[in-house]
Design a protein around this ligand. Structure first.
Ligand code: NIG
Ligand code: FE
Length: 403
């Protein structure tokens, strides 16, 4: 057993509701505190001196400067597995061509598919590992990664194998996004392609992922065909999630009807959609990185929280719409534009994001949770968002071990 501390403050993120508005007064802050860890799990967090007296046998891992401890962040939506760059898209968009126009011309996602198909397994694995380990250093201890730049049985298997075999201490959650767009080399309609995936891919990847995602949008898949695909995926035992309402509303409501774990994007969601999400168990995932990358409005996180939704915040890290990949920076910017409390942002980056991944053991500093933490060199938790991502964690622990 080991006692880590003393910390100036520990923000446990405990005792905060899963859904809706949270005021900063609701944050549990333990002053001059420590956290007791055994076998990678949290035994207890509390007053440092009391814990030291109570657990005399515990080894002490001393923290020698003022610092604030938070649970590790959970990035519940990324496309970190890819090859190539889309710097040309960024320049072209800023010169006036829209994301959808670039996609319609055959660029966009398709150009990353080409680069990813051309990269060998080992090369793709190295690229992805580097990104994931950079995330981990910046405090993100659980990371979801989607396939979706392979778009054939062989290439999707390559991506999902890479995602499952990364050399990293971060917890990785894989998702099949073979329904990202219909690949150019597939002969047939959108429905034919989705049917092809159900018949030939979904049965082959049971050992590689439990999750299926789809991009429901004008440039990708329609609501009817998406519904059929997701229903089949559910019948096959997959948990589902949707790229919903990014440019066009309608698919968040579909996600709720199908009982999706999360509906992600939501930049175009209407007041009606917000109400429906808030009255459901589907997590509403805001992706500020995509708004910043595309120069588009942010998801209506404030309205969603006010209506009572469970709002998570994720990076959407990908080479096209969200190339920055800095979750803390993006969340801090979203907070300023959407007027989110610190508590709402931190909840959205931790246990509410874990809910989107159906994981109940990460995202809080509380007994029985995994010992995933990050310590910031400051003496007040409000410093962390205030620096808008330029204050990075000094130390990150994964399952009780320093990274
Ligand atoms: O979440 N919107 C669809 N998929 C990604 C973008 C992928 C890409 O442009 O390469 C997103 O923004
Ligand atoms: Fe995405």
């Amino acid at each position: 057993m080991k006692l880590i501390g003393p910390f100036t403050q520990i923000l446990t993120l405990d005792k905060i509701p899963l859904k809706g508005v949270v005021k900063d007064e609701a944050l549990e802050i333990l002053p001059e505190s420590g956290v007791l860890v055994e076998h990678g799990m949290i035994v207890k967090a509390g007053d440092f001196d009391s814990l030291r007296k109570e657990y005399k046998e515990a080894e002490i891992e001393e923290v020698d400067q003022k610092s604030v401890l938070l649970p590790g962040f959970v990035d519940c939506h990324t496309h970190s597995c890819f090859a190539g760059s889309r710097a040309m898209d960024f320049a072209e968009r800023n010169a006036g061509t829209s994301y959808l126009e670039i996609a319609q011309k055959g660029g966009g996602i398709w150009s990353t598919v080409t680069a990813t198909r051309n990269s060998k397994y080992a090369e793709l694995k190295l690229l992805t590992e580097k990104r994931v380990n950079d995330f981990l250093k910046s405090g993100v201890t659980t990371i979801e990664i989607k396939s979706g730049y392979g778009l054939s049985v062989h290439e999707e298997l390559k991506m999902l194998n890479v995602i499952n075999q990364l050399n990293t201490k971060a917890d990785i959650v894989s998702t099949c996004l073979a329904a990202h767009i219909k690949p150019k080399d597939f002969e047939g309609t959108n429905s034919d392609y989705l049917g092809f995936l159900t018949d030939n891919l979904l049965s082959e990847i049971k050992h590689l992922t439990q999750r299926v995602d789809i991009f429901t949008e004008k440039s990708a898949f329609g609501i009817e065909e998406s519904t059929i695909y997701l229903q089949k995926a559910k019948e096959l035992g997959y948990k589902i999630t949707v790229h919903a309402d990014q440019f066009t509303a309608g698919s968040a409501q579909m996600a709720v009807k199908l009982g999706a774990l999360s509906a992600d994007h939501l930049e175009a969601s209407t007041d009606e959609d917000i109400k429906i999400l808030a009255n459901s168990e589907t997590v509403a995932v805001a992706l500020p990185g995509a708004s910043i990358g595309l120069g588009e409005p942010f998801a209506p996180a404030r309205k969603l929280l006010d209506a009572g939704a469970c709002v998570a915040i994720a990076s959407d890290y990908n080479p096209g719409s969200a190339p920055m990949g800095d979750l803390l920076t993006q969340a801090s910017i979203l907070a300023a534009y959407q007027k989110l409390s610190t508590a709402e942002v931190l909840a959205g980056l931790t246990f509410r994001a874990a809910e989107a991944l159906d994981i109940s053991t990460v995202g809080k500093i509380s007994s029985g949770f995994q010992a995933d933490f990050q310590a910031y060199a400051c003496d007040d938790y409000r410093e962390i968002l205030y620096h808008q991502g330029s204050l990075k964690p000094e130390v990150v622990w994964k399952k009780g071990e320093k990274i």
